[in-house]
Design a protein around this ligand. Structure first.
Ligand SMILES: C[S@@+](CC[C@H](N)C(=O)[O-])C[C@H]1O[C@@H](n2cnc3c(N)ncnc32)[C@H](O)[C@@H]1O
Length: 439
């Protein structure tokens, strides 16, 4: 174990390929970044990461918990990791606990110490339980190395390693017929490897939608009113089926789900699939996001609608007074050519890639601000992990019916305008939203 007093210079990442043995640090060549150098013995953080790697390797791992977030208002309040086996390969399954939801990241054993090291920057404490010993890491508030205490093991036996996927998914057996119709799973209900990313996306979408349904106060039960969902730019309808499934099969409520897609052949195909699996209350129409007549809407969804189609979808959702609006933007092209170089960002934004990222960030920021102006409580979250898709931002707004004063609305508008002005953004497809001064 590393001595608490050991000196390090910000030990960072040399944790891959740990053998589990504690080693004296080897001096690194001067050309290596300073943060990678270790002087003396391993720091407490490095030691617990080493113990983590060896506990996974020798199968003595029980549980890892990160707690005491440095920022009391942080989204993630706690992280718990389990060692699981998925499709024959072991990984650490991290559950990131937020006040209203959990998200899971399965990380390979090789990458796990680096993942933990990154997460540890946001926490003050960690406890690694193994069947050999418990390791308690205390990091405190300052820049100090912290303290690592070894305790007797609190667990003598290791937990089962099987990964119980059915517990975490809303896509139970009653999802199999439509997942098969969409060719996502085989006859045995196993995910087709080529479409694993899409399946992960669907799974995650249903999970998020279930939480948002709670935020909207949508109770389960056949005696509840019909929930009216519209998915614009729905493509083959994967996520329309998924939203329909949540309401029809999980909440077990009457549902009227409509997928809107400009390509007729996809609409025909989707309607045929819905009919084939007897998906009552699910239908698809050919139409344009901007002009398709919309019925009264409880939830409007637009996932990966190209460029400004996302803005048009937001406007349609607001105009239809949808209680819930969920968008996952696709490509962003409108803001990029307008993006200025406000100080001190200029030297960074001269890199095209960084400007591209900033334009995406600014576009999605504006979308969130516009929704807030329109009276929606808004969240911007990671939709699916970037290992599955690069298009992984989701903006979700739940309409708040609490009355707002003119001053509050003016403030919300001023925030939007100031943001645009900062980046030198002129016209934007969300702007017409503000023309409706009665909202
Ligand atoms: C990238 S796909 C996303 C499909 C689906 N929402 C998903 O996430 O799996 C975008 C879809 O939007 C459709 N689309 C693009 N512009 C549209 C518009 N103005 N009106 C309706 N559909 C549109 C495209 O034909 C395409 O099928």
């Amino acid at each position: 174990m590393g001595s608490p007093g050991a000196r390090t210079t910000g030990f960072s990442l040399p944790v891959r390929g740990f053998t589990g043995r504690e080693t004296k640090a080897t001096p690194t060549p001067l050309s290596e970044p300073r943060r990678l150098r270790i002087i003396g013995r391993l720091s407490p953080t490095a030691t617990i990461l080493q113990q983590l790697a060896s506990a996974c390797a020798d199968d003595t791992f029980v549980r890892l918990t990160l707690s005491s977030p440095r920022d009391a208002d942080a989204d993630v309040q706690r992280i718990v990791a389990r060692l699981v086996e998925i499709q024959g390969a072991r990984c650490l399954s991290f559950t990131l606990r937020e006040p209203k939801r959990d998200t899971t990241h399965n990380v390979s054993l090789a990458d796990a110490p680096a993942f933990v090291e990154r997460q540890l920057r946001s926490f003050r404490a960690a406890m690694l339980a193994t069947t050999a010993a418990d390791w308690q890491l205390q990091l405190g508030d300052g820049d100090g190395a912290g303290k690592l205490i070894r305790h007797k093991p609190s667990h003598k036996a290791k937990p089962a390693r099987a990964h119980d996927e059915s517990k975490k998914t809303f896509l139970g057996a009653d999802a199999t017929p439509w997942l098969q119709a969409l060719d996502l799973v085989d006859q045995q209900g196993r995910t087709k490897p080529k479409l694993a990313d899409k399946k992960t996306q669907i799974d995650r979408f249903v999970e998020i939608l279930a939480h948002l349904a709670q935020d909207c106060g949508w109770q389960p039960g056949a005696d509840q009113p019909t929930l009216r969902l519209v998915d614009v730019g729905c493509g083959k309808g994967h996520l329309t089926f998924a939203a329909w499934h949540l309401v029809a099969n999980v909440l077990r409520r009457p549902v009227d789900a409509l997928g809107v897609e400009v390509r007729h052949e996809l609409v025909e195909q989707a309607n045929a699939r819905a009919a084939a699996v007897g998906a009552q209350g699910l239908r698809f129409v050919a139409g344009d996001i901007g002009t398709v007549p919309l019925p009264d809407v409880d939830a409007l969804v637009a996932l990966h609608a190209c460029n400004t189609a996302t803005d048009i979808a937001i406007r349609r959702g607001v105009a239809a007074r949808a209680r819930l609006i969920v968008v996952a933007p696709c490509c962003h092209q409108e803001v990029r050519p307008q993006l200025g170089s406000p100080a001190p960002l200029g030297p960074v934004l001269r890199h095209g890639f960084m400007a591209e990222r900033m334009a995406e960030w600014a576009t999605d920021g504006l979308r969130a601000l516009a929704l807030e102006w329109a009276g929606y409580r808004t969240k911007v979250i990671e939709f699916v992990s970037s290992e599955h898709t690069g298009k992984n931002v989701m903006i979700a707004g739940v309409r708040d019916d609490a009355p707002r004063t003119d001053a509050q609305r003016a403030e919300a508008r001023a925030r939007y305008d100031a943001f645009k002005a900062f980046f030198g953004i002129g016209a934007q497809s969300l702007d017409p939203l503000f023309a409706d001064a009665t909202r």
